[in-house]
Design a protein around this ligand. Sequence first.
Ligand SMILES: Cc1cc2nc3c(=O)[nH]c(=O)nc-3n(C[C@H](O)[C@H](O)[C@H](O)COP(=O)(O)OP(=O)(O)OC[C@H]3O[C@@H](n4cnc5c(N)ncnc54)[C@H](O)[C@@H]3O)c2cc1C
Length: 386
Amino acid sequence: MLDTSDLLNLDSLFSAEELNLRNDVRAFVDSSIRPHIAEWYENAVFPQEIIRELARLGLLGMHLKGYGCPGRSAIEYGLAAMELEAGDSGLRTFVSVQGSLAMSAIHKHGSELQKNRLLPPMAAGEVVGCFGLTEPTAGSDPGGMQTFARREGDAWILNGSKRWIGLASIAQIAIIWAMTDDGVRGFIVPTDTPGFNATPIESKLSMRASIQCDIELNDVLLPAESILPGARGLRGPFECLNEARYGIIWGAMGAARDSYLTVLEYSQQRLQFDKPLASYQLTQEKLVNMALEINKGMLLALQIGRLKESGQLKPHQISMGKLNNCREAIKICRDARAMLGGNGITLDYAPFRHANNLESVRTYEGTDEIHTLILGNHITGIPAFR
Ligand SMILES: Cc1cc2nc3c(=O)[nH]c(=O)nc-3n(C[C@H](O)[C@H](O)[C@H](O)COP(=O)(O)OP(=O)(O)OC[C@H]3O[C@@H](n4cnc5c(N)ncnc54)[C@H](O)[C@@H]3O)c2cc1C
C-alpha cells in the first residue's frame, strides 16, 4: 500500500545511509515481528530469540562509539526506534533498556575495565542488562529512593527494592542506583549474586510482549570495583534517561504511523451505507488529523536528532519531544481503534495494542506531568515539582 504518511517528503531530509538502515529495520519487523506479535502479546511472551537478531542488525548500544558498539548516528538510532515501535513498543523498549539505559550507564560512567569487559558482549546480545532506578515508593521522584548501599571495608552491601525494572529476570547484569553516605551512586550487579531476586510483573494490560520486574535486594555483597566511578548524584541516571527519552520521541511516531496506515487501508476497504468509510468527510478529517500530527511529530524528532548530533540538545527539548509525541501518538492510536469499530478491540489489528503500549510509554522515562513541569520550569524559571 502507498505510504501516504509522509506528506512533506520528509524522506528527502535523510541521507541514503540513514534510509538504508531504516529500510533494514523495517524489513526485519515485517518478516520477523509482524507475523507473531499478536500471539506474543496475547500470551505475554518476550521472544528472547530475537535478541541476537537485533544485535546482528547493529541495534544494541547502536549510538555508542568504541568497545564493540555500532557507533551509528542519533538520527539512525531514532529511525531504528521508530521502525521497531511500528512493530511493537515492547521491542523498542528492549533496545532502549539494553542500549540507552544499561549500556549507556556503563559507557558514560564506567571504568575502562568495566567498559572493555561488558560493552562488547552487550552489543553482541550475549549479555543482557537492566537499569534499576524506580522503587515501589519512588517513581517520578527518584530522589526519594530507599535502596541503600553500605560500605564495609572493600565491599558494598545493598539492601532495598526496585519496581518496574525492564528485563531484570533475564538479565545477567543490573545497573542498580542506590543511596550511599555520599549521595546516589550506581552499581553493576551480576544478577546471580546471592540476595538479588527479580520477579516478573504479570498482570499487565500494556507492554505484554515485554518483561518488567520487581527486584528485591537483600544483603547483596559486591566488590568495591562494582561501583560506576563516573556517576555521582541523580545526574548519573538522568543522563541515561535522556538517551532513552530521545528514542521514545521517534518510537512513538512509529506506533502512530502503523495505526494510521492500518486504519487508512481498512477505511478504504470497509463499506458502510454502500460506500467505503474513507469516502465520508468525517473519516477523512480523522485521517488528515492523524497525518498532520505524524508529520509534525517527525519534524520535531528530526530537529531534536540534529541538535543531538551537533551536541546542542538540552533536556527541556527532549521533554518537548517526549511529551508531544507520546500525547499525539496515543491519540492517533485510540482514534484508529475507534475507526476500526468492533474489529478494533481484537488483536487482529494493531492500533489498540499500540494504544495500550503507549500508556506505558507515556508513563516511563518521565510521565506527561513530569515533562510538563520540566518545560514549565524552563519557560517560567519557577520549579513547580513540589
Ligand atoms: C512498562 C514500564 C517499564 C518501565 N521500565 C523501567 C525500567 O526499566 N527501569 C526503571 O527504573 N523504571 C522503569 N519504569 C518505571 C517508570 O519510570 C515509572 O513508572 C515512572 O517514573 C512513574 O513512576 P510511578 O509509577 O511510581 O508513578 P508516580 O510517580 O507515583 O506518579 C503517579 C502519577 O502522579 C503524577 N505526578 C507525580 N509527581 C507529580 C507532581 N509533582 N505533580 C503532578 N503530578 C505528579 C504522575 O505524573 C502520575 O500521573 C517502567 C514503568 C513501566 C510502566
